[in-house]
Write a protein that binds this ligand. Structure first.
Ligand code: ATP
Ligand code: MN
Length: 482
């Protein structure tokens, strides 16, 4: 094919009266002469002007929204208002027709729900162009951040046999014929007959494997898909999502928090510096959307102000115990407005509580630490009991405005005895985990890590409100379309 120039580059050029080739999809065709072409390289279209008096009538009729075209012409400074440059077309070719009657994306605003149902076309909208450009930039920034810090990108397995975490929330991986299930004498499924000779699942986290790597490489991270069969139909949960999980040897909980805060600020800054056009578009989109909301429900800050605010402020760090105190005395608790009232130490925090702390009380990102051991995972490092005999673990959750939990992490329990005791208490089979426990047997070391939900990060930076709209092909309960 002829070499094409990206529209993004043409719109920024200062070289005029040169022949150029553009390929893209028609957004609109006006007055039989003005073609707006978009090639996905940026939100903006380029205008191509056709000399209709010298163009075949039948060809003009085929210039419909959605059709793909190749145009060759001279790039000139635009005569009209609204654009700086345009193409004076000399050759026009239609690469793929688009039936105007059937094309579902008309040049008007569509609801995000509607667009989700035509996933192949939703990429062609301005909103999703901006969202997925930002998603790309954030992914790139994550790798750049860790690369600059000397971390090793480690690929942990997608299929795992470890069922230590999130039991019941895993997707089974099996090649057993459902119509002919091999059974043990007691009637249970005989997984020895299965592909791997044992029960296997899609991973819910790469952490345990990451810990093994950290105990050799020092600083590692994973960035891959994770799967949770949790039946939570919320705007913040996906059944398939991407997670960034760094794991660092010789880190304590404070080092862990510092790294997490630095990472979040770094990638947000990267998006601000590299996605100005996209963020500006999404900012205006949000303002437009908020106009129809009552004043009280509108956000106080616009998208860019919110992002910058996040960069300029230290995240508020406090313990679970301090948070419980604040929540217990809070207005919504006293007035019984919380669905789950906070009355005693030990309660698990619900998203209404997290949002109260972040959005109402501190009005900035918050890091909660030292949760009760009972409500956290077995691998988190035990603190000594406090003066009231309560046991906490060195966990940290980072809570973001509008999002709730964006990061969950901890310093890990590196002491074999304590770890085994915890596993016994929680009835986690140690034999199956001996590959993991070996790290505590041979040169154990203090270490820490966390998991950042990538889609929750994209949600925050784009200002979108439903997590389904920041992943190209969302998987949620009862939905695996496309
Ligand atoms: P939540 O309480 O919101 O369900 P979690 O405590 O189950 O989160 P972790 O197991 O700590 O989350 O996972 C680490 C991070 O992964 C979370 O902080 C969040 O950003 C992200 N995450 C967890 N579950 C999902 C999900 N179902 N969809 C998208 N992101 C998720
Ligand atoms: Mn969860």
């Amino acid at each position: 094919m002829a070499k094409r120039t990206r529209i993004k580059d043409l719109l920024n050029t200062t070289e005029f009266n040169i022949p150029v080739t553009v390929m893209g999809w028609i957004r609109t065709f006006r007055n039989n002469q003005f073609l707006a072409i978009n090639d996905g390289s940026c939100i903006n279209n380029i205008q191509a002007v056709i000399d209709f008096t010298n163009t075949d009538e039948a060809l003009l009729k085929r210039l419909t929204t959605g059709a793909s075209v190749s145009v060759i012409g001279d790039l000139i400074e635009s005569l009209g208002k609204g654009q700086r440059v345009e193409i004076k077309v000399t050759t026009l070719e239609i690469l793929g027709d688009s039936d105007a009657e059937k094309f579902p994306l008309q040049p008007k605003k569509h609801s995000l729900e509607f667009l989700r149902e035509i996933a192949h076309l939703r990429f062609r909208t301005n909103t999703f162009n901006a969202v997925f450009k930002i998603r790309h930039a954030l992914a790139f920034a994550v790798h750049q951040f860790f690369n600059e810090k000397g971390f090793v990108y480690m690929h942990t397995p997608i299929i795992t046999a470890s069922d230590a975490e999130g039991a019941g929330e895993m997707f089974r991986v099996s090649t057993i014929d459902p119509d002919n299930i091999p059974r043990n004498e007691d009637g249970s499924i005989n997984y020895k007959e299965d592909f791997f000779g044992k029960a296997t699942n899609l991973t819910v986290s790469g952490q345990l494997e990451g810990e093994l790597a950290a105990m050799a490489f020092g600083d590692v991270y994973t960035f891959g898909p994770t799967f949770r069969a949790e039946n939570s139909n919320t705007t913040r949960h996906l059944a398939e999502f991407w997670m960034i999980e760094p794991e660092m040897a010789f880190y304590d909980l404070n080092d862990n928090m510092d790294l997490a805060e630095e990472l979040l600020k770094y990638v947000i800054r990267y998006a601000i510096d590299n996605c100005a056009e996209e963020l500006d578009f999404l900012k205006n989109r949000l303002l437009e959307e908020e106009k129809i909301k009552p004043q009280a429900e509108r956000s106080e800050l616009d998208l860019l102000t919110k992002l910058n605010f996040c960069l300029e402020n230290n995240f508020e760090r406090l313990t679970y115990t301090e948070a419980i105190q604040i929540l217990r005395n809070s207005k919504p608790n006293q007035k019984k407005q919380f669905k789950y009232l906070i009355d005693s130490w030990g309660a698990d925090l619900q998203s209404e509580h997290e949002r109260y702390l972040v959005e109402k009380h501190f009005k900035k990102p918050v890091i909660l630490t030292n949760y009760p051991a009972e409500i956290k995972s077995f691998y988190m490092r035990l603190n000594d009991p406090d003066d009231q005999g309560r046991t906490t673990v060195r966990a940290m959750d980072i809570l973001f405005p509008g999002i709730g939990e964006i990061i969950g992490g901890s310093q890990r329990e590196e002491r074999l005895e304590k770890l085994e005791q915890r596993m016994d208490d929680l009835h986690i089979p140690k034999e199956e985990m001996s590959w993991y426990l070996d790290t505590r047997r041979f040169g154990s070391a203090p270490h820490a890590g966390f998991g950042l939900g990538f889609e929750r990060l994209v949600l925050f930076v784009t200002g979108m409100t439903n997590i389904r709209d920041v992943i190209p092909f969302p998987r949620t309960p009862k939905n695996a379309e496309f």
